[in-house]
Design a protein around this ligand. Structure first.
Ligand SMILES: Cc1ncc(COP(=O)(O)O)c(C=O)c1O
Length: 407
């Protein structure tokens, strides 16, 4: 039994859910086939890392060719430069950048270099935010937090941030997602994000956009769509073509700390930072991710969210999100921050998840959906019908009312 060797039988907590984790034998395009041979439409896209769909041929071909030339080189190869150049050309804030192995590590490094640059110590974060295993600001997990001193504010509340900055003069950086992803797909309001930009400029605080999830919003991420340029940006997930990936970068005067030729004194190690598989896959991935492909996916996401919201409303549910990322919620309240979701009953989402799985659709048990390039309009329409049918069934067997009544 897997749990004899792996706590909870897996090695990624988000994949542990009752009655047992979902085991997949095979995948292609937007389809997953489980170990019992059932086929599902994959609307989770590996929590955003699977943006390209499963087994994209350009990535598979590029990696196969690269492996034939050898890996674990302990040296530099072309793909590393080419991928960095491509990403710096795409993301407005990226003047200089570095690769890491994960989004978590990218955020830890961004915080570190912001502290170094400012000579200040504290990190301002938002309640309920998830920036990786060691940077989770929801309930639980305190013991796992990276040991920085944090100042926490409510998301989408610029006044609270302004007050915190006035009170704590030793804040080095603000770490924020343009849309809270794991926090429930809660978009940052434009005036909030633009306001953060202004207060950071006025106070010398480094503004870090965690675009590990939101970088898909356009060729230059959420920052390009919003026209708000952070000082540092962190990336991850799909930009490694489906392999372990992370990156951080931004203003040249901050990132030069890693370049002795420009007077930098910081070192940044990482045996696998430039591993051949990721660098090659990442380069093949960005070639597939044209501005048109990303804009089309964004539009498909917007129309999907509107379609699902129409189904959800009569049942007292709602859908939040932006572009191709969205979250179903068992509440009709206007969700502006994670605290607004505290009264929702997670059992409704879990039951809905199982109903959808039974009907051949895979999303996250928490209601999260991340569309991939392989998802079609007809997949979305079929999902909307299955969503309606699942909610209808839950009403029919009194599951929605029974759960709501018990509370
Ligand atoms: C916004 C955000 N930042 C950081 C991370 C951490 O990335 P990784 O899982 O690659 O460490 C995640 C992962 O879900 C994320 O959603």
């Amino acid at each position: 039994m897997a749990s004899n060797f792996l706590p909870a039988g897996s090695t990624r907590s988000v994949l542990d859910f009752p009655p047992f984790p979902f085991r997949v034998a095979e995948a292609y395009g937007a389809r997953l086939i489980d170990v019992d041979g059932h086929e599902y439409v994959d609307l989770l896209g590996d929590y955003t890392a699977g943006l390209l769909g499963h087994n994209p041929a350009p990535v598979a071909d590029a990696v196969t060719k690269a492996l034939a030339r050898g890996w674990s080189l302990g040296a530099i190869a072309d793909e590393e430069h080419l991928l960095a150049e491509e990403l710096c050309n795409r993301f407005p804030s990226l003047q200089l950048m570095r690769f890491t192995n994960s989004g978590s590590e990218a955020n830890l490094m961004a915080i570190g270099v912001a502290r170094h640059h400012t000579g200040r110590s504290k990190v301002l974060v938002f309640d309920g935010a998830y920036h990786g295993g060691p940077l989770y600001f929801g309930k639980g997990g305190e013991a796992l937090l990276a040991p920085f001193e944090y100042v926490r504010c409510p998301f989408n509340d610029l006044d609270a941030v302004t007050r915190a900055l006035a009170e704590h003069l030793d804040i080095a950086c603000i770490l924020v997602e343009p849309m809270m992803g794991s926090g429930g797909c809660i978009p940052g309001r434009h005036d909030f994000l633009a306001g953060l930009r202004d207060v950071c400029r006025d106070t010398g605080v480094v503004l870090i956009f965690d675009e590990v999830m939101t970088s898909r919003m356009s060729i230059g991420g959420a920052q390009r769509r919003l026209a708000v340029r952070p000082d540092l940006t962190t990336l991850g997930k799909y930009l490694g073509g489906g392999f372990s990936f992370g990156a951080f970068g931004g203003r040249a005067d901050i990132m030069s700390a890693f370049d002795p030729a420009r007077g930098g004194t910081l070192t940044h190690g990482g045996t696998f930072n430039n591993n051949v598989a990721t660098m090659t896959a990442g380069l093949a991935a960005v070639e597939m991710l044209t501005p048109e492909a990303l804009d089309e996916l964004f539009d498909l996401g917007e129309s999907t969210r509107f379609r699902l919201a129409k189904v959800a409303e009569p049942f007292g549910l709602s859908v939040t999100g932006w572009g191709s990322l969205m979250n179903l919620h068992a509440t009709a309240v206007d969700v502006r921050r994670p605290a607004d979701l505290e009264d929702t009953d997670p059992r409704i989402g879990e039951l809905l998840f199982l109903n959808l799985l039974e009907r051949g659709f895979y999303i996250a048990p928490r209601g999260f959906i991340a569309l991939s390039l392989a998802v079609s309009h007809s997949d979305v329409e079929a999902f909307a019908e299955a969503f309606d049918d699942s909610l209808g069934h839950m009403v029919e067997v009194d599951a929605l009312a029974a759960i709501q009544h018990q509370r």
